[in-house]
Each structure stands twice: as structure tokens, then as C-alpha cells.
Design a protein around this ligand. Structure first.
Ligand code: HEM
Length: 405
């Protein structure tokens, strides 16, 4: 175990954010678990440990199914943040069994590989149209023109959000996701609360409409399940829809632009991909490993655990470093090298255990569809200017990605 004062890990330092991977290498070399005072968390950088902890039932995304805040040695969030926490705490990602199991079972029917496979022609058609418009314009912002509209449209379509209502989805999501960074500011909290109120209100009305007039969409499906067996409360339904809408695009947007930025930085690999489009599936996996879109996930310690001789007591918080796990040389040969042909690639970007990303099959289809469309229609796509990184750590992304064809 090492103390924070001499750690290279500094998630608020622009130099660290520009390239956190060398600091991760140092962390991994120095030990399996590190106390990080600024966030009062135990950092875990190795792949084997992260992988095991994600499956560890003595840890949880929440503790509220077992303990009050006081019993757990924590304070309740400030009352003015209540709308955000009510929304967040009733989505399946922040629930543990049995509530998590009940909701995940209902939602997962819409996301099986077979169900999602049926969406493929629609996703590919949409990707082709978006890329075609970018090419006609001679270039543009890959983030705004392709990476963002594709997954937003797909998840909105699945849930049955009318096209005319979709504009606020991205800003609501961005404002809510600000709370998933380490030590969010007061301003982030204010924005997240406002977005939570507006988003919840919008969905409450939409759910009421669908209750009157069901459609062939996921919201109507969840209402049917709710009415049949009372298996989803109204709040759980709203929270689950918000989770699906946010998680359904946020990381896919960033994976697309991080991936293309990495390709432009590795022209040899990009040339190999252009020469052989059958590399697309392994390229999608490798780019998600190489520049991990979601860098850190937290778990509460519900019962004492021990890591490498350090006892981590109930009430503590563990921060698993996904970006570090994905660059662990114990698992990945030459991890700092982008290798689109990498065959053995057990990256952890979609997590593991009971919260394993329900949207992974859909994300893979979306990422492959936009990559194929860009390779086919824009074979000389190049960077128009150096991209600017977003100042966030947990959700790793770019402000934009200016390209020309
Ligand atoms: C590249 C894209 C994506 C990445 C990297 C990603 C990553 C993740 C990760 C790491 C988790 C688990 C977090 C944890 O263990 O604490 C997760 C959960 C989840 N993801 Fe994704 N995701 C992506 C796309 C999607 C899409 C397209 C959807 C569409 C619906 C989605 C829906 C969800 C949901 C609902 C959960 C919660 C699952 C649960 O708690 O059981 N994700 N995702």
C-alpha cells in the first residue's frame, strides 16, 4: 500500500488527463492498492484485482439496501440534491439484488444479442446517411455530425422518444453525468439537479401518454410489465429510462471520437484497417481498450475485504481504474501499443459481474457501423485540427474532432 502524497495519480491535472497511462503504469508497479486522500478512496490498478472486485459480492454500487447513511458512517446528500439522487438511486446501475435482478431481467429482454442484431440494418443505414452528409460537406466535426447523433437516435428510437423531443437529451445527459466525476463542483450539482427535474418530468408525461396509447417501444413494454405484476414502480421506470437514454449514448459517443483520434495518431494502424475492413470487429475492441472511455468505477465495501494484506473495512470506498486494468502488461502484451489485430483482448471497458453493460452488444454494432461507413465513404479522412480534450477524468472524451475528407 502507498500513501497519496507521492502518487503520480492526479485526475485534476491536465497533463495527467492528456495521457493517464504512464501514471497508471507507475501505480501498478508500486502496488495493488493505494490510499487516495483527496477522494477518500482505495485505488485499485491491476486487471486481475479489478476483474475479481467487479464480481465480489462484499462490494456494492450502493449500501442503502443494507445500511442507513449513519450506520455506514456516511452523511446523507444535501437536501437540495434530492432530485438527482432520487433519479440516480432508482436506476438499475445503482441498485443491488434483489431490486437490481428484478429490473435487469425485464430490461435485458430488449438487449439480447439476437434482439439487437435485428437493429443492425437500421443502425448501418443511419451511420451511412450521417457519414454521407459529412462527406458531402467536405468534412466537419466527427463528434457533432456522426458520433453523437447515431447512438442518440438509436436509443431514443428504442424507447420511443419522438424525434421532435430529442434535442434536450444530450444536454440533460451531460449535466447529469457531471455528477459521476470525482468531487463534482457545486455548479455541476446545480446543473444535474435541474436536468434531473426536467428529464423526470418529461418522462413522467411520456409514460402517462404511453399508458393511454401503447406503442411498439421499450417504454410501452416496461409499462406492460409494471401493470401486470407491479414489477416496476413509477420511479424505477423513470430512472431506468433515464439510465438507458444516458448510458445508451454517452460512452459510445466518446468511444467513437477517442477511437478515431487514436487512429489518426497511429497512421500505420489506420492504413492497415483501410486495407482490410475485416479488422473492424477487433479494431472496435482494441480501441476501447487502448483509450478506455470510462476510466473509473466505484464500489462501496459492504463487508471487510483484504487486498494484498491490506484490510479494507466496511464503509470504505474502492475506485477501480479501468484504464489501468486495460493497460496491465500481465494481461496485454505490449499494452501501450495500438494493435488492431490483437486477438486475445479481455478488456474490461464494459465491466463484469452483475452490472456488466447491458448495452454492450448494441454499442458494438454502433461502433462497427460508424467505423465501416467512414472507412468506405471517407477513405482519405484526416484530422483538420488537433482535438481538444474534455477536462473530465471518469468520462473520457473530446470537445470535438474536426476532420476533412
Ligand atoms: C462503448 C459504449 C459503452 C461502454 C464503454 C459502456 C460501459 C458500461 C459499464 C462499464 C457499465 C458498468 C459499470 C459498473 O460496473 O459499475 C455499464 C452498465 C450499463 N450500461 Fe453500458 N456502456 C456502453 C454502452 C451502452 C449502451 C449502448 C447502452 C444501451 C442501453 C448501455 C446501457 C447500460 C446499462 C443499462 C448499464 C447498467 C447495467 C446494470 O447495472 O446491470 N451501455 N456500461
Amino acid at each position: 500500500m502507498t500513501a497519496e502524497s507521492d502518487l503520480a495519480f492526479d485526475p485534476w491535472d491536465p497533463a495527467f488527463l492528456a495521457d493517464p497511462y504512464p501514471a497508471y503504469a507507475e501505480l501498478r508497479e508500486r502496488g495493488r492498492v493505494h490510499w487516495f486522500e483527496p477522494t477518500n478512496q482505495w485505488l485499485v490498478p491491476h486487471h486481475a484485482d479489478v476483474s475479481a472486485l467487479l464480481r465480489e459480492r462484499r462490494l456494492g454500487r450502493t449500501y442503502q439496501h443494507r445500511f442507513t447513511h449513519e450506520e455506514f458512517g456516511r452523511t446523507a446528500p444535501p437536501p437540495e440534491q434530492e432530485p438527482f439522487h432520487t433519479l440516480n438511486d432508482h436506476g438499475m446501475l445503482d441498485l443491488e439484488p434483489p431490486d437490481h435482478t428484478r429490473i435487469r431481467r425485464l430490461v435485458s429482454k430488449a438487449f439480447t444479442p439476437r434482439t439487437v442484431e435485428r437493429l443492425k440494418p437500421y443502425v448501418e443505414g443511419l451511420a451511412a446517411d450521417l457519414v454521407s452528409a459529412l462527406v458531402d460537406a467536405g468534412g466537419g466535426d466527427l463528434l457533432r455530425d456522426v458520433a453523437e447523433p447515431l447512438p442518440v437516435a438509436v436509443i431514443a428510437e428504442m424507447l420511443g422518444i419522438p424525434e421532435s423531443d430529442r434535442a434536450p437529451l444530450r444536454p440533460w445527459s451531460a449535466d447529469i453525468c457531471g455528477m459521476y466525476e470525482l468531487k463534482p463542483s457545486g455548479e455541476s450539482a446545480t446543473k444535474a439537479v435541474r436536468a434531473s427535474v426536467e428529464f423526470s418530468e418529461y418522462l413522467r408525461e411520456l409514460i402517462a401518454e404511453r399508458r393511454e396509447k401503447p406503442g411498439d417501444d421499450l417504454i410501452s413494454g416496461l409499462i406492460a410489465a409494471h401493470d401486470e405484476d407491479d414489477r416496476l414502480t413509477e420511479q424505477e421506470m423513470i430512472s431506468t429510462c433515464v439510465l438507458l437514454l444516458n448510458a445508451g449514448h454517452e460512452a459510445t459517443v466518446n468511444s467513437t471520437v477517442n477511437g478515431w483520434a487514436a487512429l489518426f495518431q497511429n497512421p500505420g494502424q489506420l492504413a492497415a484497417l483501410r486495407a482490410d475492413h475485416s479488422l473492424v470487429p477487433s479494431a472496435v475492441e482494441e480501441l476501447m481498450r487502448y483509450d478506455t472511455p470510462l476510466q473509473l468505477f466505484e464500489r462501496w465495501v459492504l463487508d471487510d475485504i483484504e487486498i494484498d494484506g491490506t484490510v479494507i473495512p466496511r464503509g470504505a470506498e474502492i475506485a477501480m481504474l479501468f484504464g489501468s486494468a486495460n493497460h496491465d502488461p500481465a494481461v496485454f502484451t505490449d499494452p501501450a501499443r495500438l494493435d488492431l489485430t490483437r486477438a486475445d483482448n479481455p478488456h474490461i471497458s464494459f465491466s463484469a459481474g452483475i452490472h456488466y453493460c447491458i448495452g454492450a452488444p448494441l454499442a458494438r454494432i454502433e461502433l462497427a457501423a460508424s467505423m465501416r461507413a467512414l472507412l468506405e465513404q471517407a477513405p482519405t479522412l484526416r484530422l483538420a485540427e488537433e482535438p481538444e480534450r474534455k477536462p473530465n477524468f471518469v468520462i473520457r472524451g473530446l470537445e470535438g474532432l474536426a476532420v476533412e475528407v
